[in-house]
Design a protein around this ligand. Sequence first.
Ligand SMILES: *Cc1c(COP(=O)(O)O)cnc(C)c1O
Length: 463
Amino acid sequence: MLPGIDHLLEAAENEPALKGVPRPVLIRCGRETVESLRSSILREDPDVGAETLSEAAVLKRFAERADRETTLNLRPVINGTGVVIHTNLGRSPLAPEAVENIVRISNRYSNLEFDLSRGKRGSRYDAVEDILCEITGAEAAMAVNNNAGAVLLCLNTLAEGREVIVSRGELVEIGGSFRIPDVMSRSGAVLKEVGSTNRTHLRDYETAVNEATGLLLKVHQSNYSIVGFTRSVSVFELTELGRRRGLPVMEDLGSGTLIDFSRYGMIKEPTVMDSVSAGPDLVTFSGDKLLGGPQAGLIVGKKEVLDAVKKNPLTRALRIDKMTLAALESTLRLYRDPKRAVREIPTLRMLTAPEVEIERRAEKCKGLLEGIGDGRLSIQILNRASRVGGGALPLQELPSRCLGLKIEGISANTLERRMRNSDPPVIGRIEDDRFLLDFRTIQDDELTLIAEAVGRLLERGKG
Ligand SMILES: *Cc1c(COP(=O)(O)O)cnc(C)c1O
């Protein structure tokens, strides 16, 4: 009963949805459709009967497969997880200005590495150096591919073949295989652990200093917290020790924020400015965590030290792309007015969103769903907590509102899978047999898309 490939190709010519799909793609999809049906038949798959093998059904299967081939792999999704800086979902959505600047710079030539005033070769690092210095108070700055790259580059520049002293309480693993000890060894520096997991004192660093010491390093704990009987050494104390012993000092801030979250009722996270004012040689942080910009690694600090970093041949391998640079410059400029930054940078807006606003969004979506739902759909508004994510502020509770969805006759697992495979995909979580969507990370213009996805699911359930 299975059709031949030629037959499928002929049918494709009369199928408007498949117009413009290249012939080699159609041939491959035709083969794959027939092959998968053939193996289902051989497996005696109970779901494959005469109906599945009807000409119309096979053609539909083929058209769906070919259609999938024409959708791009990288797609926008709706983040209903409530994790604001979600590394798996692309971390920080960009501010409109940043997006516009990417388009403005990337569809034509630019002065990326051209000094317009002198008419000579310029440096791509100049694009964001001034603004980074202005905002953070540092003497010099540069941006590279990401913060992991920034840490690698700085360690390699300052401490290749030398010892780097780090507290045992700060040997962080970020996930995605970034671990301080591993990055350290790849940079050519030698890790020298001091102190204990919960307590490290200044004297621990002091007694570890010897002729082989190249750097004193402080690393932000990012995604964990040590509570109880604890002691850690501040970057200020470390800088003071470095000065006395003639050693450079660096802090890897991880997220690195440019606004004081305690003003928004959140846990105080030391800002990049706090760190810079303590006087270390280098401070590194991410562009796409709490900053809310594009993926980038930002390095700020002393001019002399940054000059050495810029000369390291590794910078070439870690260099930032012009599209990133465009987005980064626009994002950083928003910080000249912190109130505006909080309003326009999506990550900051979502983190500081008042509960009433989230509640209103959840209510609105509930209304839309009630409009399309039938007796099978049950919807509840639930008080739950969102998370900052991105390895930042792990202890911060962000009170939020979720919709809990249940559809009679469909398990929560199936509901989750269907929403995830919807277009656009809607990503949520399962809790107590309900599919949960957190409205802190859902934007206003996504509410109707969610309702449509649920609507399609109910339709399908009828068939
Ligand atoms: C996240 C993080 C990094 C890595 O930053 P990316 O921008 O993801 O490369 C490095 N160090 C710390 C402490 C971090 O939290």
